[in-house]
Design a binder for this molecule. Structure first.
Ligand SMILES: Cc1cc2nc3c(=O)[nH]c(=O)nc-3n(C[C@H](O)[C@H](O)[C@H](O)COP(=O)(O)OP(=O)(O)OC[C@H]3O[C@@H](n4cnc5c(N)ncnc54)[C@H](O)[C@@H]3O)c2cc1C
Length: 342
């Protein structure tokens, strides 16, 4: 019997597998897609996330450090630098390759396929895969935003608030800033992350489902900067908000986006995935898996609260128009919010 079976080989699943392997547990990851895996993402790893990656012993993936966050709305702009070192703009493919290499070096086995069904019997979880079956002491569902395992276990809660979606694409352009820029417009945000010396990623977030170029047309000042060609296809994800009943169900534990998600607007999803992977394995090692729920709540509540408040304000046009001007007038508050998310 395996110690830890991880369903999903994204950042959350691979980080869980690395922590478990470092703790001496026999670990298998099941993932349907061949690497290096790409995904719709703003690709800004917050400083705490970059540090968590180094703590895992993961070789620093190629990317571009960023110093903080800048909000732009018409002629209004406000920025705040991180206090504890830079974040990292990093292509998902590079991040995946670095995590996968570390997992492989630690002896983690990656099995191609999907976990199709989960059944607990006594001290074991039986997972039926696309081909075959595996038995483990613990199953970690790291199967993403719309986690099929979470749904099958009845852990989904009905979503509240506006449904929002994200789309992203990359442009062959030299970055014009060392900040991640969030451009605001009525109806959506564009989130610009420098990921290499000649490449920026542009993610658009909105409650409206339209083609990527229509979203981008709302940001003429940003469009003028994107004078190089798009070099990746458009990728999308959503609805973003996912509410979850609980994160521990017997021998199954949820991590990463599968554990619940608010919105991409504040860009700390990967960081939370890495931190909760560490907390989860800590609870397994201590023989107290039930403590993971509290640990997850403790490490994520600030960012969940801030993100939900921002998305709520964003949903009311008069309030939305005031977000960037207000942040400019109250720089200490903006700085504190950015540093909390960092
Ligand atoms: C538009 C957008 C912008 C974002 N910007 C940022 C940002 O700038 N910074 C940041 O930190 N975060 C950002 N995020 C959030 C970030 O992308 C996620 O938080 C992160 O990918 C979560 O990782 P994960 O491993 O939980 O899920 P995923 O990366 O989605 O990985 C889940 C994996 O599970 C696999 N899987 C699915 N079903 C099964 C199954 N049945 N069995 C086995 N495997 C399965 C999938 O193939 C996939 O590889 C953004 C998200 C979006 C949508």
């Amino acid at each position: 019997m395996i110690d830890v079976l991880v369903a999903g080989g994204g950042p959350a699943g691979l980080a869980t597998a690395i922590h478990a392997a470092l703790a001496g547990m026999e670990t298998v990851v099941v993932e349907p897609r061949p690497g290096p895996i790409d995904k719709a993402c703003g690709e800004g790893l917050m400083p705490t996330g970059a540090a968590a990656l180094a703590d895992l012993g993961v070789a620093a993936p190629e990317g571009r450090p960023f110093l903080g966050i800048r909000y732009v709305y018409g002629r209004h702009r406000v920025q705040a630098e991180f206090r504890n070192g830079p974040g990292l703009g990093v292509r998902r493919t590079a991040l995946h390759a670095a995590l996968a290499a570390r997992a492989r070096d630690l002896g983690v086995r990656v099995v191609p396929g999907r976990v199709a069904e989960v059944r607990t019997a006594g001290e074991a979880v039986h997972a039926r895969l696309t081909a075959g079956e595996l038995r483990a002491r613990w199953l970690v569902a790291a199967d993403g935003l719309h986690s099929p395992i979470r749904a099958r276990l009845g852990l989904d809660l009905p979503s509240r608030g506006p449904r929002r979606y994200g789309l992203r694409r990359h442009y062959r352009v030299a970055p014009w800033t060392d900040f991640v820029e969030v451009h605001w417009a009525p109806g959506g945000e564009a989130y610009v992350t420098p990921v290499a010396d000649d490449l920026v990623g542009v993610a658009v977030l909105s409650g409206e489902r339209r083609p990527y170029d229509e979203h981008l047309a709302r940001f003429p000042a940003l469009l003028a900067r994107l004078d190089g060609p798009p070099v990746t296809p458009v990728r999308g994800a959503g609805p973003l908000r996912q509410r979850v009943r609980r994160r521990v169900a017997g021998r199954v534990l949820l991590v990463g986006d599968a554990a619940g998600y608010v919105d991409a607007l504040t860009g700390e999803g990967i960081t939370l995935a890495l931190l909760s992977a560490r907390a989860l394995v800590g609870c397994l090692r201590a023989g107290r898996p039930e403590d993971y729920e509290t640990a997850w709540r403790r490490l994520s509540w600030r960012s969940r609260l801030l993100t939900a408040a921002l998305v709520r304000a964003r949903g009311h046009p008069p309030a939305a128009r005031l977000i960037v001007p207000a942040a400019r007038r109250l720089p200490a508050v903006f700085r504190a919010a950015v540093r909390t998310l960092a």
